[in-house]
Design a protein around this ligand. Structure first.
Ligand code: PLP
Length: 396
């Protein structure tokens, strides 16, 4: 085997040929196993971000790798015009574990939300889509129009019409829902904006107002789903049942997949020809997702997520320079003391020094916070190691 390209060689090629949409960190990876990544120069990095909440069972989980390999030997693609057992059974599993209706498969979170937005408009024959400030639903035009963040939207105007955003309070949301509202699209915990849990009262108020005005409540579980918060689907820890939810990120532990899952009353909202996707619902991604669900729904797995989350939270809270910790399960953010932010310049600069100097990967969803989406399979020893490395980086 030839030597892998060095970081500098990679940066040079990328500079010429990769469109600069990502501010990449100065680290090049060649492999991963469990909670660890390996850099091209042979360093080990403790991965507390999982590619933004995707490789939730760790890198190259043996059961997922085996499922992908076995399926790749048999069949990789047919498209959606023929019957396939794996994806159909996956739909059955997603629906019966949550809302009990039907599933539309997509390839990403944004695409799952596009499907949800189309479903809502089809159901109401038009109508407004309501979101809340700091929500994030993806980068395609419909999903971006549902992402009320100036920096993300403004350069790409005009957006899709018929979207409206209000402050994330129960009063604002309830007051904004009317007979012309097609749907309210919400995250239970706003991930990209910094792990900001929505007030349960907001969810209840949205549910009640949606029922009153014939609007759909759609929960975006793209980041919170598949066990991340300690429940299989995060809304199951509360008392609000949505009409539909979207999932993606961790569902196939790294293969592209997304899904819109509806309640039974929406089973007929789409008709043949209304929506589609060439790659979506393929058998390899479905096989990976089955393997993921086997693990996450296994005996005691979600209890372990709670225990690991509690240990991580306690460890972070004890770090000198951490003001507070928020989140649920293994979806956490640490708010930094102002002097720590000032000393490092920003939480993003601190996150860069954490991966470069301390070999621990997490990110900065706001200028003052660090976000952790560690593997759900992380061990106690790895949690303690992560806390120690973060503490060393903050102190440094
Ligand atoms: C990541 C994310 C998306 C977008 O998913 P992509 O797969 O990047 O399109 C949508 N909603 C939420 C809540 C997310 O965290």
């Amino acid at each position: 085997m030839t030597d892998p390209l060095t970081l500098q060689q990679l940066e040079a090629i990328e500079h010429d040929h990769v469109l600069p949409t990502y501010a990449r960190l100065p680290v090049a990876i060649r492999a991963g196993a469990g909670s660890w990544l390996e850099t091209v120069d042979g360093r080990r990095v403790l991965d507390l971000l999982c590619g933004l909440g995707v490789t939730s069972l760790g890198h190259c989980h043996p059961a997922v790798t085996k499922a992908i390999r076995d399926q790749a030997d048999v069949l990789v693609h047919t498209g959606n015009l023929l019957h396939l057992e794996g994806p159909v059974r996956l739909a059955q599993r997603l629906a019966t574990s949550s809302l009990g209706g039907g599933v539309f498969f997509a390839n990403s979170g944004a695409e799952a939300n596009e499907a949800a937005i189309k479903l809502a408009r089809r159901h109401k024959r038009g109508g407004e889509i309501l979101t809340v400030h700091r929500g994030f639903h993806g980068r395609t035009y419909g999903a971006l129009s549902a992402t009320p963040q100036e920096a993300k939207q403004e350069p790409f105007a005009p957006l899709v019409p018929g979207f409206r955003a209000v402050p994330a309070t129960a009063e604002a949301v309830a007051g904004a829902i009317h007979d012309g509202t097609a749907a309210v699209l919400l995250e239970t915990i706003q991930g990209e904006s910094g792990v900001l849990p929505l007030d349960p009262e907001l969810l209840r108020a949205a549910r009640a107002a949606c029922d009153e005005h014939g609007a759909l409540l759609i929960l975006d579980e793209v980041q919170t789903g598949v066990g991340r918060t300690g429940a299989l689907w995060s809304h199951q820890a509360g008392d609000v049942v949505p009409d539909a939810m979207t999932v993606a990120k961790a569902l196939a532990n790294g293969l592209p997949i997304g899904a819109l899952v509806t309640g039974p009353h929406l089973y007929d909202a789409f008709q043949p020809g209304d929506h589609g996707s060439t790659f979506a619902g393929g058998p390899v991604a479905a096989a990976a997702a089955h393997a993921v669900l086997d693990v996450v729904t296994g005996e005691g797995f979600l209890d372990r997520v709670h225990a690991a989350g509690a240990r991580f939270r306690a460890g972070l809270e004890a770090i000198d320079g951490v003001a507070s910790v928020r989140g649920r399960g293994l979806m956490l953010a640490a708010e930094l003391e102002p002097d720590v932010v000032e000393r490092h310049g920003s939480s993003a600069a601190l996150a860069t020094s954490l991966i470069v100097d301390q070999g621990v990967w997490l990110n900065a969803p706001s200028p003052t916070a660090l976000r952790l989406l560690p593997p759900l399979t992380i061990s106690d020893a790895e949690i303690d190691e992560g806390v120690a490395r973060i503490a060393a980086g903050i102190a440094g």
